[in-house]
Design a protein. Structure first.
Length: 336
């Protein structure tokens, strides 16, 4: 997140880091990513670690409330830590940046009832951004890393993926008809009304198509294989130190069809064929399209959740608005 959070006490955060034997001299807010808040902790000896504070009130894929989201996020972090030892390169190098464990073996600690802390090794390497077009070599490296991940035995803690949208009620309410948003909620409320009114018919039809795909995927007759998937393997969630691909940001890890990851990694037939050569699984075009559609609807729901409540004009809400416009435009254009 780009905005510095006002509800997080950095003194309390520094105290929690003691469970990882970290005594930060400085905590520097890192305005990166979207959804979680991040800091870099620097100790007196120069060692740095990357600190993530998750907002459990806004983790619907982990659980509908803070209590269940805590359990879901804990399972995800423990899964990533278990994968760290199972998912090494042939040269013994790591294939992901996994959460560090405390002295008592925990990967996640509470900061407050709402916020939870995890700690990661600091990797000094460039990261990309969502929507960035990777060069062919980087895309091939990402496809190969996903093939390796998908072929790994799932840790017992791996969460199950539920295709249905966790924030679906927000979409239904927003498309039910005006008035959808109260103007006093903030500067983007009425803009949401106009955007949805202009595209409501196309969006309703798209939701019906998504529901049909979800029903097929969750039916007893579904033959779609399930593997350990990352969930969001876009360029913003990978690092490239010295020509390697390291996957980061594991809160969406889950057992799901491989296509949940693959649609984000590449749409190039040759690279999808390379994945099939590595794994024996030929990606299903219908599932690739389904998960692309699900991503856009999920983004749309998350943005509507922001603008349906009190908000102001900040770097984060501007980014959220741009994402909402992109998602609605893509969904409506696809329908047309």
């Amino acid at each position: 997140m780009r905005d510095r959070p006002t509800g997080i006490d950095e003194t309390a955060l520094a105290s929690v880091l003691g469970a990882w034997d970290i005594e930060p001299v400085t905590l520097t807010h890192a305005p990166v990513g979207f959804g979680d808040h991040h800091w870099v902790a620097a100790e007196a000896d120069g060692r740095r670690t990357f600190v993530t504070v998750a907002d459990l009130a806004h983790k619907p894929h982990c659980g509908p409330d803070t209590a269940t989201a805590w359990t879901g996020l804990s399972r995800a972090m423990n899964t990533a830590a278990a994968l760290d030892s199972a998912l090494n390169t042939p040269y013994g190098e790591p294939a992901l940046v996994a959460p560090l464990r405390t002295g008592t073996g925990e990967t996640l600690l509470r900061l407050t009832d709402r916020y939870a802390v995890s700690v990661f090794p600091y990797v000094d390497a460039p990261t990309g951004r969502f929507g960035q077009l990777l060069d062919p070599g980087a895309r091939r490296g990402l496809v190969e890393r996903l093939a390796q991940l998908h072929g790994t035995k799932p840790p017992l803690t791996t969460p199950a993926h539920h295709p249905a949208l966790p924030d679906r009620p927000l979409l239904d309410a927003a498309l039910a008809g005006p008035p959808r948003f109260r103007a006093e909620s903030g500067p983007y409320a009425q803009r949401c009304d106009v955007l949805l009114a202009t595209n409501s018919a196309a969006l309703r039809t798209t939701l019906e198509r998504f529901d049909s795909g979800t029903a097929r995927l969750t039916s007893a007759a579904s033959t779609a294989p399930t593997v350990v998937t990352h969930g969001e393997p876009h360029p913003g969630n990978s690092l490239d130190p010295g020509g390697r691909t390291l996957l980061i940001d594991w809160d969406t890890v889950a057992l799901a069809p491989p296509e949940r990851d693959l649609w984000l990694a590449t749409d190039t037939p040759a690279e999808l064929s390379h994945y099939a050569e590595l794994t024996g699984h030929h990606p299903d075009p219908a599932l690739l399209a389904y998960y692309e559609l699900r991503w856009a609807l999920d983004d749309m729901a998350a943005a509507l959740g922001v603008f349906g409540t009190r908000h102001t004009d900040t770097a984060d809400t501007r980014q959220t608005w741009e994402g909402l416009v992109d998602a609605v435009t893509a969904l409506a254009d696809r329908r047309r």
